[in-house]
Design a protein around this ligand. Structure first.
Ligand code: ATP
Ligand code: MG
Length: 604
């Protein structure tokens, strides 16, 4: 037997693949019909055999912006469908009338597309709204009532809570539990017709008040709530509960594998219960969807709770939903994270039942892997110090500049080159000069005398892609700060010419020439929190904000980035990966964000 290809072997665990492999091998969904639109049993029966081998869905509630955790769910559902010849639906789970808004619907559509996924398949646009199923959900509720599987409970919310019991105590049946189907149906219709006040009664499933699973102790199916819904307006004054609505949505859409996070595990018995009842009553088509739970993605150094994200935006801790420090997808896109890096993170974090924390650095590792072969290189000086080349006129010529070239993408076999010039004045990094160099410092330092009065020559370094220089001195301001560093060119050491290596150097400096450098605002972003689990164990996440999470500097950039457009990404040599800010960047006023440094620098 041959061994599996290396990539296969390296794939992290994903137990859902095993589930789907088994379902396909056993033909559990073979011959299933799909009518091209969502619908009940008779609707699908009249349709053709489904060309999709499996169906999954991503079902966000349009009540906020998507975050990195959602990216995992999006990746999981869309990539499993693609891998197995299936289809993934985008479904807005908009059954809750109060919090949902069009703004979020639009943002979600945009971000799922941005991540690289689409819901058009086999000539069908699989974008759905759960609120379009309200008619069916109500019809199903009446059917459950008529079959004796549901009843209207007029107990107060407090009574209901008290009678539910707890882990050790079985529940107490409601005094309304044994009313006849006809009585319950009449009551349900009154609820629907607006004859009762909000909260006066609820429709409950009639299952088992003694079940060890509290979710099976007659869960609520419908509540009265006078609220205007963004899609159905005031057509309804009763709304289905999420736990009732969700399985029905899946079944109407012919979903085979309904994937959710672990907190819904205890709901699975009810999910199956309600679908089985409705299939028995002839309302829903078999085979029915099955629910599978996986551990949510937890990334260190971020918070993803909608409430906490909102708080940070509203209190001005960050600069809006797309602040590049936030783990919202709009924020991460603006920061410069790529769809590829997010998909890599999702894949590598594995799909299992065991929760855990993924270190934030995994995301940066994925980003570097993605951009290494894609992001053009450029030099940039983030903390500038002026370097004057005193013998320029003699070696190069007065008024002359020296053309330099470097590869756009080193290591790739093409000839895409960057062009810039060296001149008599150059910007270097402040940290590349030390007046009193520490031991082992190989960058610029001036000539000086040692403790015994012996002269030490100025250090010799190479200006990358340029010339070898030797430090000759420095000039200070009145306040003692360094005004400029001085050096001389060493003749015949121009990079790329024969003999360029004749003078050995230990240090290589990045630089940009003062005469053609591009000024830019560069935003140096870092983690928002100083703690790996900012909101763990009841801690107030605001108590561990990183005060240095955003630093803005005025930098000098290599002129080759002058035509960058918003979202263009670069590797600034030695500094890391940067992106032209998609909101604020303009050719006349460049603004770049640091996505991540080249190496992990976070202090542990
Ligand atoms: P949050 O509670 O984080 O605000 P949510 O669960 O309320 O998110 P939904 O719109 O209900 O947001 O989620 C849509 C889908 O994304 C659900 O299937 C949910 O399970 C999934 N999801 C949300 N957060 C994560 C996460 N951290 N990891 C994986 N999947 C997630
Ligand atoms: Mg949720």
């Amino acid at each position: 037997m041959s061994s599996p290809p290396k990539e296969e072997a390296a794939k992290p665990g994903n137990f859902l693949r095993a589930v789907i492999d088994r379902d396909l091998a056993e033909g559990n969904y073979a011959g299933r019909h799909f009518a091209g639109t969502p619908g009940d049993a008779s609707h699908h029966r009249a349709g053709a055999v489904d060309v999709a081998k499996i169906r999954t869905r991503f079902p966000p509630e349009p009540n906020g912006y998507l975050h990195v955790g959602h990216a995992k769910s999006i990746w999981l559902n869309f990539s499993l469908a693609a891998e197995y010849g299936g289809v993934c639906h985008l479904r807005f789970d908009d059954t809750n009338p109060e919090k949902e808004e069009q703004e979020y619907v639009d943002a979600i559509v945009e971000m799922v597309h941005w991540l690289g996924y689409d819901w058009q398949a086999n000539g069908v646009n699989h974008l759905y709204y759960a609120s379009n199923y309200f008619d069916f959900m109500y019809r199903a509720a009446e059917a459950l009532v008529e079959a004796g599987h549901a009843y209207v409970d007029e107990q107060s919310a407090d009574q209901m809570r008290a009678n539910r019991g707890d882990f050790n105590t079985p529940g107490t049946p409601s005094p309304f539990r044994e009313r006849s189907p006809a009585q319950n149906l009449a009551r349900l219709r009154e609820m629907r017709d607006g004859q009762h006040a909000d909260g006066a009664m609820v429709l409950r499933a009639k299952i088992d008040m003694a079940s060890p699973n509290i979710n099976l102790r007659d869960p609520a199916l419908y509540r009265i709530k006078r609220a205007t819904h963004h899609n159905t307006g005031d057509a309804w004054c009763i709304y289905p509960m999420y736990t009732y609505a969700h399985p029905l949505e899946d079944a109407l859409e012919g979903i085979t594998h309904s994937i959710c996070t672990l907190e819904f595990e205890d709901q699975r018995p009810f999910y199956d219960w309600v679908l089985e009842r409705l299939a028995d009553l002839g309302l829903l088509a078999r085979p029915l969807p099955k629910q599978y739970e996986f551990a949510r993605l937890n990334l260190t150094y971020i918070v993803t709770s909608k409430r906490k994200l909102r708080q940070m935006v509203e209190e001005g801790i960050v600069d809006g939903w797309d602040d590049p420090r936030l783990p919202t997808l709009v924020g991460m896109r603006r920061r410069g994270y790529t769809p590829e890096s997010l998909r890599l993170l999702a894949e590598r974090s594995g799909v299992s039942k065991a929760g855990g924390w993924i270190d934030y650095s995994s995301l940066d590792i994925a980003l570097r892997e993605d951009l290494d072969a894609k992001a053009p290189r450029a030099m940039a000086v983030l903390e500038p110090l002026k370097l004057v080349l005193s013998n320029w006129d003699q070696v190069i010529g007065k008024g002359q500049t020296l053309p330099c070239t470097a590869a756009m993408l080193p290591g790739r076999n093409d000839d895409a080159m960057r062009h810039f010039t060296l001149g008599p004045e150059v910007w270097i990094e402040r940290e590349d000069f030390m007046e009193e160099p520490l031991k082992g410092y190989h960058r610029l330092s001036p000539p000086r005398f040692d403790g015994h009065g012996a002269r030490i020559e100025g250090s010799i370094v190479r200006l990358k892609y340029g010339y070898v220089i030797q430090c000759t001195g420095l000039k200070k301001n009145f306040d003692g700060t360094i005004a400029e560093v001085q050096a001389r060119l060493i003749p015949d050491t121009r990079s790329g010419t024969p003999g360029a290596d004749a003078v050995k150097t230990k240090g290589v400096l990045t630089w940009v020439a003062a005469h053609d450098a591009l000024p830019a605002e560069v935003r140096l972003y870092d983690r928002l929190f100083t703690e790996a689990q900012p909101d763990a164990a009841g801690r107030d996440f605001k108590s561990c904000l990183n005060p240095g999470s955003k630093k803005t500097v005025t930098a000098w950039l290599e002129p080759s980035v002058a035509r960058a457009r918003g979202d263009d990404k670069f590797q600034f040599e030695r500094h890391g990966y940067f992106v032209a800010d998609r909101v604020d960047h303009a050719e006349a006023r460049p603004v770049f964000n640091r996505i991540t440094p080249l190496k992990e620098t976070w202090a542990r």
